[in-house]
Design a protein around this ligand. Structure first.
Ligand code: NAP
Length: 343
């Protein structure tokens, strides 16, 4: 089979090579998938830039999500799935390949007509968003919810899940085109963080409605946005941290330290008194230690999609030869929605 190897950290056009590799074995608790397409994730960009501690050693094969057909099932797998079924899957790396074996609990069935970008988005972005918005917090009608990078893969699904629960949604994004999209998915307060200060805009919105603060913030940016977010929380408010994309703009060790300090320093007592919570999410750790959760959240995302409650934004499909182009676009905020790469 062929696989795309990360051979060098740095610019996308020098980082990858398509190489021949042996088809992976199927472990007792694994399912092997013949991959139609794999998805790109922002963490892949972080891994390519050498900023992702969990990335496999080089030369290594990245890839968190795929869509394809079941090719083989491990001896101890307890599932209704069968060979030939079309599935989406979370892969703990190895997804940039023609075949991948993965824990059976990270595999769920998907209809034949679901496009590559939508299918792969339902795996990583859908599963992550479902875990955060349905399991780590409980949203209620009228809750004030802020979603950062709201027009992104995870962000747009969080907005749709929050709206479905009756929340009032504030969303930040970096261009007018993205704001237009946010309006189309009924985001109540779309904010262009390049021309507006989100904390100021939200302060004005809340004051006009006589509301004391935000109930939930979903933050993949990290750094100063966390400190500002904690200040915006109402009593009982929660901030869910699931990324640190601001690190990618930090060019040297001093700016990285600046980003780290920007998060702020919190003591439990400092959270107890004002009744605020910080929640950290890393789906890789969940996959390692509690794979049964993966199955629940993947199925949860697929069910919401099939009920018409969420629709991942599809950013398009590139052929594997154009992987570097797609990676470059994702790194430089040139994409909207999930990008899939087809074999
Ligand atoms: N913790 C977990 O387990 C987990 C799982 C999945 C994803 N994630 C994280 O969730 C975030 C979203 O992932 P995604 O795959 O759905 O990507 P995405 O949101 O579609 O793309 C990233 C977006 O982040 C925004 N952004 C803000 N600051 C940025 C910066 N300094 N550099 C680059 N982009 C910046 C950009 O949108 P604007 O133009 O609007 O700024 C960009 O389009 C990522 O941070 C990812 O690492 C975490």
């Amino acid at each position: 089979m062929r696989a795309v190897y990360l051979v060098k950290n740095g610019k996308a056009d020098k980082a990858f090579e398509i190489r021949d590799a042996s088809t992976p074995e199927v472990g007792p608790l694994e399912i092997r998938i013949k991959v139609e397409a794999f998805g790109l994730n922002f963490a892949d960009v972080m891994a390519r830039l050498g900023l992702y501690p969990d990335a496999p050693p080089k030369p290594g094969v990245l890839g968190y999500d795929v869509v394809g057909h079941i090719d083989a099932i491990g001896t101890d797998v307890d599932t209704q799935l069968k060979e030939g079924d079309r599935v989406i899957a979370l892969t703990r790396f190895g997804g940039y390949a023609e075949y991948v074996s993965t824990d059976y609990r990270g595999v769920v069935k998907i209809k034949n007509d679901v496009a590559f970008a939508i299918a792969t988005a339902l795996a990583t972005q859908g599963g992550t968003a479902f875990y955060m918005a349905h399991e780590m917090v409980r949203l209620h009608e009228g809750d004030q919810v802020l979603v950062h990078a709201a027009a992104g893969g995870v962000g747009s699904l969080l907005c749709q899940m929050a709206k479905a629960e009756g929340a009032i949604v504030h969303g930040t994004a970096g261009s007018e085109e993205k704001l237009e999209y946010l309006r189309s998915i009924q985001v109540d307060n779309p904010i262009n963080y390049r021309s507006q200060q989100f904390e100021k805009e939200i302060g004005i919105f809340l004051e006009e409605k006589d509301v004391k603060g935000l109930d939930v913030i979903f933050d993949p940016i990290g750094g100063k946005s966390v400190k500002k977010g904690v200040k915006l929380l109402a009593s009982g408010g929660r901030i869910v941290l699931f990324g640190a994309s601001s690190l990618t703009s930090a060019k040297n060790i001093f700016s990285k330290i600046g980003v780290a300090l920007g998060f702020g320093i919190y003591s439990p007592i400092g959270l107890l008194n004002p009744s605020k919570s910080l929640i950290g999410i890393n789906m890789l750790r969940i996959a390692d230690d509690k794979p049964e959760i993966l199955n629940r959240v993947l199925q949860g995302a697929v069910d919401l999609f099939e009920q018409g409650i969420i629709t991942p934004m599809a950013g398009g499909t590139y052929p594997v030869e154009k992987l570097a182009e797609a990676h470059h676009a994702l790194e430089h905020r040139g994409t909207m929605g999930k990008i899939a790469i087809s074999w």
